[in-house]
Design a protein around this ligand. Sequence first.
Ligand code: SAH
Length: 210
Amino acid sequence: MRKKHLAMTLSRLKGFSSPKPELEQYRTPGDVAAEMLWLAGSLGDIAGKVVADLGAGTGVLAVGACLMGAGRVYAVEIDEHALAVAGENARALGLGDCIEFLHMDVSKFSETVDTVVMNPPFGSQSPHADRPFLLKAFEVAGVVYSVHLAKPEVRRFIETFSVDNGFRVSHRLSMPFELPAQFFFHRKPVERILVDVYRFERLTVDGTPV
Ligand code: SAH
């Protein structure tokens, strides 16, 4: 599969039917998801691996990981309506057996995995909403991909927080991210923001990548 094709397939998936602002339910646009998954695939972090999508929403990243050859994917999501849509999306592409859907708070997830792919809440509704996601990802995986706002203060936080938790940023790609006007507090039809897609890897005790 080519990256463009992956982006198109993911952008055609069913979205949130009634997005909940308090959970920051913005789906990852197909091009951003494809960029993340393509990087992960090229670095050997997806094919045949056990992957977790924390805050899976309607399953864009979980489905994408399966399309890229993941061995098994856990889709962890607190909102059962979103998870039902993720299930529909996976089945529509014949990927129902690749994904295990877990209806729970990310902090309760307890499997060990190779790779986490996630687009957590950015924390614009409740500050630091991304922290439990990063903490859990750093607890269960050796390699973590995540999306955050491309702002100097966020970058500083992410750098420090990852090192404090035994990880380092190995890659960072900045990309435009289109937010549809799905919430009443958005004034423009499409809000274009800039995000950073990160890859983190676990460090050994002497500070080298595992
Ligand atoms: N990863 C999806 C959705 C991103 S929106 C995508 O790429 O399209 C963030 C998601 O995290 C939402 O679906 C929201 O319901 C979920 N979420 C927020 N807090 C959560 C928590 N504490 N535990 C599990 N899921 C949570």
